[in-house]
Design a protein around this ligand. Structure first.
Ligand code: CA
Length: 420
């Protein structure tokens, strides 16, 4: 698919993250005004809340964009999603007869505050990147036992916390927790010394499933509304002591940072690609009827207090072993009902090479090979005041589908977490 031209010239540049082909959904405000729903286009935001109030985005008999979240739009289902996209195309396409009216609904992207684009119903985090699982498994159990025996059969996951999902730009405070060195007799309670990031994609569930009713992979794919970048902050030392036998708990609960624009499944269609070859056949309920992954270039930048940024990892979403649709289908095998606004973390997306690794744990090989940064310092794990930025983009024929950024800065741990 080529670039679809808009009358808004800034949207037509080959490297613009928000061309007409994209149309991602977010929530924005200017100054102290109330947050409202918007659609990114070029260097502008189309005020969807105002357009609906003016009767130009009628998706339902009741307003659905009169609140600072996209959940009500998601709940309307795929026909309404398609109708919304068709209306937006008609308003913004080059030659649109409505240009003179639509211009009045554009607000500058520059200077806008971006908020959480949807209310997260529940958050589930998976472990579906094979390079990541092999790297971590090799460090902890040795190369012979790198992958757990279930890994090639089940998209492994755990139920995380929706309450600590935050939008790009929010600071993240280094947590306290129970730490125990392998040779220590007893644990101690102290600030995390191995604070880390995880480069992931988040899939947003836009349609519910009924209690007791599993869904197929094809049904699961159709339930997904869109995708965001996701940084799953991780306290490795807390994790090492707590994770057996029920998996991570407090080590993953501090924060999860998502990018502010929901890139829709529709916008990603031209970039579909298959999951890698199966090393062991999957059970029938997990088999994919078609390509379910996307070709999305990803990168991670670390900016210390010195202000000098270093790109520390580059990888691609197509490295995942399981797609979000497979994860969602597996999630519902138990009959667990899925809800509008559920967020599924893909698992850390590492590639085969050293500079494709999506976490400090892997980049520094557990601290044994500290990473050199552009300002001359080195890192095994994140230090206070480090700013982490994830970026993602699909490269089309003369255009880019951008995700914006997922950014967060590490604040020092509280000096007295419980006061005196
Ligand atoms: Ca994770």
């Amino acid at each position: 698919m080529p670039l679809m031209k808009s009358w808004l010239e800034s949207a037509n540049a080959p490297d613009c993250p928000f061309p007409l082909n994209n149309l991602p959904y977010g929530v924005f405000s200017h100054g102290g005004a109330a947050p409202r729903c918007g659609v990114a286009i070029g260097d502008q935001i189309l005020d969807a809340t105002a357009l609906e109030a003016a009767g130009m985005l009628a998706l339902s008999d009741k307003p659905v964009l009169d609140r600072p979240e996209w959940n009500a739009v998601m709940a309307l289902g795929p026909q309404a999603w398609q109708r919304l996209r068709t209306l937006l195309f008609g308003y913004l396409v080059e030659g649109s007869a409505l240009k003179s009216q639509i211009v009045d609904y554009l607000r500058p992207l520059s200077g806008a505050t971006l908020h959480m684009p949807f209310a997260v119903a529940e958050f589930t985090d998976f472990y579906a990147g094979q390079h990541h699982a092999v790297n971590v498994g090799t460090m902890f159990r040795g190369a012979e036992n790198a992958l757990p025996p279930n890994w090639l059969h089940i998209p492994i996951g755990y139920n995380g916390r929706a309450s600590s999902v935050v939008v790009s730009g929010a600071d993240v405070r280094r947590p306290w927790g129970q730490l125990k060195a392998p040779d220590a007799d007893a644990p101690r309670f102290a600030p995390c010394e191995r604070f880390d990031f995880e480069l992931e994609m988040g899939a947003i569930v836009g349609q519910p499933s009924a209690n007791g009713q599993p869904v197929s992979v094809a049904q699961a794919d159709a339930m997904i509304f869109g995708y965001v970048l996701l940084n799953d902050w991780s306290a490795r030392d807390i994790q090492a002591w707590e994770y057996q036998p029920l998996g991570p708990f407090q080590s993953k609960a501090t924060a999860t940072t998502i990018s502010p624009w929901i890139v829709t499944r529709e916008a990603l269609e031209p970039f579909r690609c298959p999951t890698p070859a199966r090393e062991k056949p999957l059970l029938p309920y997990l088999q994919e009827p078609g390509p379910m992954l996307y070709d999305i270039d990803l990168e991670v930048e670390l900016t210390p207090r010195s202000g000098t940024p270093t790109t520390i990892a580059r990888t691609n979403y197509r490295e995942m072993y399981y797609s979000a649709a497979q994860q969602l289908a597996h999630h519902a095998t138990s009959g667990c009902p899925m809800r509008v606004g559920d967020l599924l973390g893909s698992g850390t997306i590492s590639g085969p090479e050293k500079d494709n690794r999506g976490s400090m744990l892997e980049l520094s090989w557990g601290g044994k090979e500290p990473l050199k940064l552009g300002d001359g310092t080195s890192r095994s794990f994140l230090e206070d005041h480090d700013r982490l930025t994830l970026r993602g983009a699909c490269r089309g024929d003369g255009y880019t589908i951008g995700f914006g950024e997922s950014t967060g800065t590490v604040l020092p741990a509280l000096t007295q977490p419980y006061g005196r």
